[in-house]
Design a protein around this ligand. Structure first.
Ligand SMILES: NC(=O)c1ccc[n+]([C@@H]2O[C@H](COP(=O)([O-])OP(=O)(O)OC[C@H]3O[C@@H](n4cnc5c(N)ncnc54)[C@H](OP(=O)(O)O)[C@@H]3O)[C@@H](O)[C@H]2O)c1
Length: 367
């Protein structure tokens, strides 16, 4: 049975892991805490950029000699494979840790199995400590690893009657400043952020992380920006092509070659992924993003693109910001998603409801 100090250390490890979200791809964001033999915190760590230290190594380094006879608490089972950074299990044994407590097992065939190795080395090991809390952030990475495509969160902002703009097309500031700031948190915690060309043309969005201090994140880190642009219509003057972050433009078979070249000359990476009707093949796009290390993808709309994601059952989590306003007309949050009858409705499970200023944020998952 985990002690009170170990539970507290796990809560801290979960917070450390959360602060690393979006900066560790393709690795999972993990947090770790070392308790000394008296149960006091001796060291903390979180996953660094790929190729750099895992959370356990950071925590062991910080603890130094105080790790001897102590407990290592980690949100994920320590890895046992060499990889680019050396096995965490070996470092744990070398540091003289006597007990390991972790939340979630590592399903990776190479990295997993660390718990058994530690037990074989004579350590006391306890699994599943606060696993449900750790899974809130780890489950998307686990799903991405299993399906070999990024976990997809679709985010929208709407009035209570589900409109994203007024009948005349005006849409600025539907939601309040707290919600808008929260969207920057979502971006910061994602590896890639994606919009349709309709949104680029209407809003000239820059899609960067701005209003989120994220003091713990490496300076200047921005998620990959992705435009789904079948005909390569992204204007060369678009903010999304500025040098604040890398940009990938996915085009279809009907994209004009000269426009594609101009976008590439403007610094965008171009991938041609022909789907039906000159559109972009979204499944192929997700595979391409996975190959580029993206595990957590944020889809920011608009309605037509979101409906394709829903139609193709490619949405895993939905974050809706609902403003206390009514419009009665104007574009809906979702276009036709190919659902003809109530029996075919995409059923969701609500995981969180939070009031942000005057708005309500509803987070749900597709089961
Ligand atoms: N409130 C919110 O949360 C929110 C968020 C974002 C946007 N918006 C608003 O939504 C509006 C834009 O939405 P929209 O529906 O017009 O455009 P959109 O969803 O941003 O982009 C749709 C376009 O993407 C291209 N596309 C390529 N492959 C596709 C595929 N597989 N599936 C779907 N689309 C594909 C198509 O253009 P091609 O045929 O040229 O490829 C399609 O017309 C704007 O007014 C914006 O302000 C609101």
């Amino acid at each position: 049975m985990a002690t009170t100090a170990e539970h507290a250390a796990m809560r801290r490890a979960i917070a450390l892991a959360r602060s690393a979200l979006g900066s560790t791809n393709p690795n999972p964001a993990v947090g770790a805490v070392v308790l000394d033999s008296d149960g006091a915190v001796a060291g903390e760590g979180r996953t660094q950029r790929a190729g750099d230290n895992h959370a356990e190594i950071e925590a062991l380094d910080a603890a130094g000699e105080r790790a001897r006879g102590g407990v290592l608490v980690s949100t994920l089972e320590p890895c046992r494979h060499e990889g680019r950074t050396g096995a965490c299990t070996e470092a744990i044994v070398r540091a003289g840790i006597s007990r390991v407590v972790y939340a979630v097992g590592d399903p990776d065939p190479d990295a997993g199995g660390g718990a058994e190795e530690l037990r074989a080395a004579g350590l006391d090991v306890e699994a599943d400590v606060l696993a449900d809390e750790a899974l809130v952030d780890l489950a998307p990475w686990l799903l991405a690893t299993r399906r070999r495509r990024p976990h997809v969160t679709w985010k929208y902002a709407a009035t209570l009657d589900g409109r994203t703009a007024a009948a005349d097309g005006t849409s600025r500031w539907i939601t309040g400043p707290e919600s808008r700031r929260d969207v920057h948190r979502l971006r910061a915690q994602s590896d890639a952020v994606l919009v349709g060309i309709g949104t680029v043309l209407a809003d000239d969005t820059s899609l960067t992380v701005r209003d989120w201090p994220a003091p713990d994140l490496p300076a200047g880190r921005q998620p990959l920006r992705v435009v789904v642009d079948g005909k390569a219509r992204t204007p060369l003057s678009s903010l999304i092509l500025d040098d604040a972050a890398p940009t990938l433009v996915a085009v279809g078979a009907m994209a004009d070659e000269r426009r594609v070249k101009a976008l590439a000359d403007a610094g965008a990476e171009i991938v041609e992924l022909p789907g039906p009707d000159g559109r972009v093949d979204l499944g192929a796009l997700l595979a391409a993003l996975f190959d580029r290390s993206a595990r957590l993808l944020l889809v920011e709309g608009g309605a037509r693109l979101a409906s394709s994601f829903v139609r193709e059952r490619l949405v895993d989590r939905i974050v809706g910001y609902h403003a206390p306003a009514l419009l009665g007309a104007g574009p809906p949050v979702l276009a036709d998603a190919g659902i003809p009858t109530i029996g075919a409705a995409v059923r969701l499970e609500i995981c969180d409801v939070t009031q942000l200023g005057a708005d309500v944020r509803i987070t749900s998952e597709v089961r």
